[in-house]
Write a new protein. Structure first.
Lengths: 253, 328
């Protein structure tokens, strides 16, 4: 297997007396989807925040392409090539779909601080924004104001903006949350298509999607990694069934 | 309002305003000069409030600082050259904004409002309680700055209409400058920060640097207005950087409509003219000295029924789609 592009070692986050993430070590590889599941409050979103720089870790390492990025600011981490989507839709509601993506693409342009060159006149930025919209299936919605999109489309836009920043690592926090079955299906297809060129960490509750996508599965409970391995290995782990599923055998279809 | 007409209107306004001195004399020309100076001031604040999402309640600090800079640079019995004193005053403001900006931009929301207020109050008391700027009496500026080429005076600013035209030209230039800046990638990033600062950071934008650049530019442009105001009145005193002044310019921006440059200009017109009108004894008799009461009610009505300000009202009347901010 290739060298991990992102690797955490002993990653820990304490909020006062509460240990939200405790000693988590995991690897992300390009071409692989690493799914993290766990009950509410298990620390999945906090883990994402530690990787994306939204929160600084209390201790532990986050190695990205061989260098420790733990504690770097989120804008710095984004520029390094780690993009994230949010569990709660986090877009520019008053802007058009195109402008949402254009801004995201603009963030990659070193001379974007130029004060007089008009924003529409960067063919390279516009092209990348359009590519991201097409990849996320939003090309027909380019002129729509983001606030008027359906919930599912807003989730797609969330991914499109992430893609427009051309990341190597994608951290997707419950991209299917609140989606109907049809929308979920197209989102699963989209994530599958992205796998080839990206290392993906996916947090998800929808078990059908989880087993359709996961190459590697990590189960978190109370901030700790309970089990990690191939989906089949995790599915048959008695510890997982007992702790996470309360003995119910949901994982056995 | 078609977009072609909308593009043409500001030029029409400038043209009409340029002709104004031909039909009117002293009083209204002075009033209009004051309005235009306030329009520059309001546009500079709108860059922060309406386009960067930073509500500053201490913007008079930069306005007043430029006024004091002019007063201190002008020799007592001689004239000072506009060519270097204006850039110098604006430069001082930009520098002060850069320094205060690095501190105040670490706070957000209500704290940002309070810290900007604190800095302007600090400056107020420095000029009020020390002899640097003549204490609470202030300093007189006996002569207007001069525009000389070699030894020849090109354009005497002692003449009211010349001063008026200079102010008009500078107002148009500030409008054009901000229009360009706001349409650039830099301007789009500022709007993004206003709408969703957190997401901008997650997209990789160094938000602080953008905000600091915006804060510095806003301070510098407020300096242009403050310089002109001091030159027009012929004196400065601490009132020029008091919080009343910061509040007044904030009200102009709100009145005109936050996030609209021409709205700020309209807001300045509305505020100054209302102030003059409501405090006119010939019209309102003994009520005139309570003009602030009527002004307060007016501002409240605008805030309640026209959250987009007077510019929003114009847009509604012209049935121009409201949400065209980011797409042109």
């Amino acid at each position: 297997m290739s060298e991990a592009i992102l690797r955490t070692k002993g990653l820990t986050k304490r909020f006062g007396g509460l240990v939200a993430v405790s000693d988590v070590s995991l690897d992300l590889h390009v071409g692989e989807i690493h799914v993290v599941i766990g009950p509410n409050g298990a620390g999945k979103t906090t883990l994402t925040n530690l990787l994306s720089g939204d929160l600084p870790p209390t201790s532990g390492e986050v190695m990205f392409q061989g260098r420790d990025i733990a504690g770097c600011s989120s804008d710095h981490i984004s520029r390094l090539g780690i993009g994230r989507s949010y569990q709660k839709t986090n877009i520019f509601l008053p802007f058009t779909v195109f402008e949402n993506c254009r801004l995201a693409a603009q963030s990659r342009t070193p001379n974007a601080f130029r004060v007089f060159h008009q924003a529409g006149r960067y063919p390279e930025i516009n092209r990348r924004a359009e590519e991201a919209m097409t990849a996320a299936g939003l090309d027909k919605r380019a002129g729509r104001i983001a606030a008027t999109l359906s919930h599912g489309e807003q989730r797609q836009l969330e991914i499109a903006m992430c893609l427009a920043t051309q990341p190597r690592v994608l951290l997707l926090d419950e991209p299917l949350a609140g989606m109907g079955p049809h929308e979920s299906q197209s989102m699963v297809e989209l994530i599958k298509r992205l796998t080839a060129d990206h290392a993906i960490m996916l947090i998800e509750h929808d078990m059908d999607a989880v087993f359709a996508l996961a190459h590697r599965l990590t189960v978190m409970v109370n901030g700790e990694v309970l089990e990690s391995g191939t989906p089949d290995a995790v599915r048959s782990s008695p510890a997982v069934q007992l702790a996470y599923l309360g003995g119910e055998e949901i994982l056995h279809e | 309002m078609s977009s072609r007409l909308a593009r043409f209107l500001p030029w029409l306004a400038v043209g009409l305003l340029a002709l104004f001195p031909l039909v009117e004399s002293t009083f209204y020309m002075q009033l209009l000069t004051k309005v235009l100076i306030m329009a520059i001031f309001a546009m500079s604040l709108d860059l922060l409030v309406g386009y960067t999402g930073l509500v500053s309640f201490g913007h008079a600090a930069y306005f007043g600082l430029a006024g004091y800079a002019l007063a201190l640079m002008a020799p007592k019995y001689e004239t000072v050259s506009l060519w270097w004193s204006l850039p110098a005053a604006v430069g001082v403001c930009a520098l002060f904004a850069l320094i205060t900006g690095t501190l105040v931009l670490r706070t957000r929301g209500i704290y940002f409002i309070m810290v900007t207020l604190a800095f302007s109050q600090m400056l107020f008391f420095i000029f009020h309680d020390t002899k640097i700027g003549g204490g609470s009496d202030g300093i007189y500026i006996y002569a207007k700055p001069v525009m000389k080429m070699g030894d020849v005076e090109l354009f005497s600013l002692e003449k009211l209409q010349n001063f008026y035209w200079l102010v008009l030209v500078l107002t148009a230039l500030v409008y054009l400058l901000l229009h360009r800046v706001l349409g650039s990638t830099f301007g789009r990033a500022l709007l993004g920060i206003k709408v969703n600062e957190h997401r901008m950071r997650a997209l990789g934008f160094p938000v602080f640097r953008y905000q600091l650049a915006s804060f510095t530019l806003a301070g510098a442009l407020a300096g242009v207005a403050g310089y002109l105001a001091a030159a027009q009145y012929g004196f400065v005193n601490p009132e020029i950087l008091s919080w009343h002044q910061s509040g007044a310019v904030l009200m102009m921006v709100i009145l005109g409509g936050m996030g609209s440059l021409y709205g700020s200009v309209i807001g300045a017109f509305a505020f100054v003219l209302l102030q003059e009108g409501l405090s006119d004894q010939a019209w309102f008799g003994s009520w005139a000295k309570h003009w602030q009461l009527a002004m307060g009610i007016f501002i409240m009505l605008i805030a309640l029924y026209l959250p987009q300000g007077l510019a929003g009202l114009l847009q509604k009347l012209g049935r121009k789609p409201a949400a065209e901010v980011a797409d042109e």
